[in-house]
Design a protein around this ligand. Structure first.
Ligand code: AGP
Length: 369
């Protein structure tokens, strides 16, 4: 096992550090920046189904559901296709309206999640075309779907999903860009810009990983608190949810993710000097509005951990700590903002002596209801 961990203390840490390589492997051969094309056979072979779809319904669970939420922003923003993101467990029992004009995207790292599998079978029985985004080759979901794209993240052993999440977002971004190009909803310069920026993501993730020691010092300050709040807006709202889930899973600290603007509709009542709040406040994502949310937190004495764009000044002046991430397009920002949140939960869990790779009550794949 020590050998499999490749010198890291835990699989989770190894998998966090594998992300630059995993993301590269995900777009290798698919993203051809020089030719300005994206080629994914599962999409190309079924282009008509994608282009004729009235809407996309994403079905998934847990972290994969969070990746689905990120994709809602990308598909709607770039490809102008309406998207609904569903918990597979709710969708399958809701008697949902599904037609032959729906395109269902099922996202699953393991490809074995029972609820997601059942949602796929239901969608297929109603005539929808079902596309899978899986990591495990030959898994049940990969076999049950009509077509699909693998994430190529390599085996993920840690129960807390890390590289599966960022590679799922990568695949979904590639699909959205390909469709946007085919539909003409993106200009050729904007499209090229996205391809160039996407190609730079692995090196930017590498750079974020260099903040590991600093994240560790923050973990040490907050490791004994009972509650955490995570806030983000737009593309980074699902990242806030994912950050909170990571912390809950492996450190057993209660954490909630919220859209930053929803704070004033309830969670703001929780804020006092004992509440650390992780706020994703990168430059392009409604920056000014997030800054005013941060001011509201500060005036209530909450402890602010800001995830900011390199060189940021405004949040730095307000926050107790800031973790910088390299600038990228807003649509690609979840790929970099996620990393410090993974590291933060990892270090807190290690400091609390928790079983990071196999947290209590959790299984790597949930093959039963
Ligand atoms: C992630 O950290 C979790 N362990 C869990 O939420 C997981 O993402 C969920 O069970 C879905 O699994 P899947 O991607 O294999 O379908």
């Amino acid at each position: 096992e020590q050998i499999e961990k490749g010198g890291y203390d835990h699989f989770m840490l190894k998998e966090i550090y594998e992300q630059p390589r995993a993301i590269l492997d995900t777009f290798r051969g698919r993203l051809r920046t020089n030719e300005a094309i994206i080629k994914m056979s599962g999409v190309e072979d079924n282009m008509k189904k994608f282009l004729n779809a009235d809407r996309i319904i994403v079905v998934a669970c847990g972290t994969s559901w969070h990746a689905g939420l990120v994709s809602e922003y990308i598909f709607e923003d770039l490809a102008r296709i309406p998207v609904e993101v569903e918990y597979a467990s709710e969708f399958r029992y809701r008697n949902p309206v599904i037609t032959e004009k729906d395109l269902v995207i099922a996202i699953s790292q393991s490809g074995e999640t029972a609820d997601t599998l059942a949602a796929i079978k239901l969608a297929k029985s109603k005539g929808a075309f079902v596309f899978g985004v899986c990591n495990v080759v030959g898994s049940s979901i990969a076999r049950e779907t009509d077509a699909g794209a693998y994430t190529h993240a390599g085996p993920e052993i840690g129960v807390a999903s890390t590289k599966a999440f960022t590679t799922q977002i990568t695949v979904l971004t590639l699909i959205a860009l390909r469709l946007a190009r085919a539909k003409g909803t993106i200009s050729s310069s904007d499209y090229r810009h996205h391809l160039i920026e996407l190609e730079l993501i692995p090196s930017k993730v590498e750079k974020v990983l260099k903040s590991d020691d600093y994240v560790k010092t923050i973990a040490n300050i907050y490791k004994d608190v009972k509650n955490f709040l995570y806030l983000g807006r737009g593309y980074n709202f699902p990242v806030a949810l994912e950050g909170a889930l990571k912390l809950k899973e492996i450190s057993y600290i209660h954490a909630e993710g919220y859209p930053a603007a929803e704070m004033k509709h309830g969670p703001i009542a929780l804020i006092d000097e004992n509440m650390p709040i992780v706020v994703i406040a990168t430059k392009k994502g409604h920056y000014d509005k997030v800054v005013s949310n941060i001011q509201e937190i500060k005036s209530r004495k909450g402890k602010i951990i800001g995830i900011v764009t390199e060189g940021d000044q405004q949040v730095k002046e307000l926050a107790d700590h800031v973790i910088e991430v390299p600038e990228t397009l807003e649509s690609l920002s979840p790929l970099v903002t996620t990393i410090p949140l993974q590291l933060l939960s990892y270090h807190i869990a290690v400091m609390l002596n928790k079983n990071v790779d196999q947290p209590r009550n959790l299984a790597k794949s949930v093959t039963v209801e």
